[in-house]
Write a protein that binds this ligand. Structure first.
Ligand code: AMP
Length: 407
């Protein structure tokens, strides 16, 4: 079964065509700067990638280009749209309505629209993607997979903020989390890698990339996560500050004469690794500068690792222990030095990293803890697109989300 996985951003449309049974990616690409004069379309896998500068005034036009690239010309991957069996859409905010992926109907569309209040740019973009598919592939079964649904099991004591309760009642202000599809995937894969049932394990899953989040997964159930009402909360990230003293917000608004939108922009786009180092949001550049003696780059590096270490400690306390810590995303999968710093000094908690197994340059699912470490440290490359394709497959073909073996 071929599933077209779509991830629509406010000015982008990312896609992968996946054969779910074989786990093969048949085609992938991205339309960027949709709606601007600099719009372009990248299509293809690795060295076969082509970049086409082409006008696309909106997501509907981008969708038409994607479907054309999939079915014709040198980029052709399938004969016709009939070879797409279903479409899976990534949706950022599922609020309290969606604790799992669902088949899209008018009611689901209305709820995604209602939830746009909590994630304005993202949910509206997903709706544009859904509408474009409905227009160009009428009747094609579609599934919505939410970033937040995996975290709907988090108990009120962890998802509520200690603010006046009316704010929760009036505006649904609470923790929803994000990156849920990635955490769900790496938790399942880690259990399979360890050859243990997920239901028997206490896991801490760490998605460490440009965006960062850490979750506590107790016997297969998410019990806490670091991102909050929005993906700004929690860990220090590439350009996001993560958790800070909330009183800093009105303080800098007053001192720097900033509006709410400007301070929001500062915390989302100018903070984190970039804000501290003044060099880049990319950890590779920050690492290089720190190794050349740049003190602010070194500070940024230290702060990033310290931030991750603190969440790991918190979640060990929340679950009363941990069996394995799972790492993924650009930094988690690739950066030996950051991993070494995160786990440095955690031997008293039974966590021992093996420096040889941790060395740079290795790829794929692997373990980097020592043989005598009580807690296992496992790296699992994330694959959110495959997870979306698999949910779509299960809902469309089998009518249920009962977990089947991952390919
Ligand atoms: P992601 O958001 O998952 O794409 O991750 C992006 C982050 O991963 C960036 O900060 C990159 O610098 C970082 N990254 C990717 N590869 C490496 C590497 N080999 N060493 C250090 N950081 C890396």
């Amino acid at each position: 079964m071929n599933v077209l996985v779509l991830n629509a951003g406010s000015s982008s449309l990312k896609y992968q065509l996946i054969n779910v049974e074989t786990h093969e990616v048949l085609a992938k690409g991205i339309c960027e700067r949709v709606g601007s004069a600099e719009a372009f379309h990248k299509h293809g896998i690795d060295e076969n990638e082509v970049v086409i500068d082409t006008p696309m005034p909106d997501h509907n036009a981008a969708m038409a280009l994607v479907l054309e690239a999939l079915t014709s010309g040198p980029t052709k991957a399938i004969d016709s749209l009939d070879d797409i069996d279903a479409v899976g859409h990534r949706v950022v905010q599922g609020g309290k309505y969606f604790d799992r992926s669902v088949l899209i109907d008018d009611d689901v569309v209305a709820k995604i629209d209602e939830l746009a209040e909590l994630a304005p740019l993202h949910n509206k973009a997903a709706l544009m993607g859904i509408e474009a598919c409905r227009e160009q592939m009428p009747g094609k079964p579609m599934v919505a997979v939410f970033d937040t649904s995996f975290f709907q099991t988090i108990p009120p004591k962890a998802y509520m903020y200690p603010l006046p309760y009316e704010l929760y009642e009036k505006h649904a202000i609470r923790k929803y989390g994000a990156h849920g599809t990635s955490h769900r995937y790496i938790a399942e894969r880690a259990a399979a890698f360890m050859d243990e049932p997920l239901e028997d394990l206490k896991l801490i899953t760490c998605h460490l990339g440009n965006g960062c989040s850490i979750s506590a997964i107790d016997h297969g159930v998410a019990v806490d996560t670091s991102m909050g009402l929005t993906p700004l909360d929690g860990l220090m990230m590439g350009t996001r500050c993560g958790a800070i003293d909330p009183a800093i917000v009105p303080f800098i608004m007053e001192k720097e004469n900033l509006t709410a939108a400007e301070v929001n922009d500062l915390m989302n786009k100018k903070s984190g690794l970039l804000g501290i180092s003044g060099i880049s949001n990319d950890l590779r550049s920050v690492r290089q500068a720190s190794e050349e003696g740049d003190e602010r780059a070194q500070l940024a590096y230290d702060m990033y690792s310290n931030s991750a270490k603190k969440y790991i400690g918190q979640y060990i306390a929340v679950m009363g222990g941990v069996d394995a810590i799972v790492l993924t995303a650009g930094v988690g999968e690739n950066c030996d030095k950051m991993r070494r710093m995160i786990f440095a000094g955690l031997q008293p908690l039974g966590i021992k990293i093996d420096l040889e197994k941790n060395r740079a340059g290795l790829r794929g699912e692997r373990e980097i803890s020592t043989d005598d470490s009580e807690v296992r440290i496992v790296i699992i490359p994330t694959d959110e697109e495959y997870m979306i394709a698999r949910d779509t497959y299960q809902l469309v073909k089998e009518g249920t989300l009962e977990i089947t073996e991952l390919v």
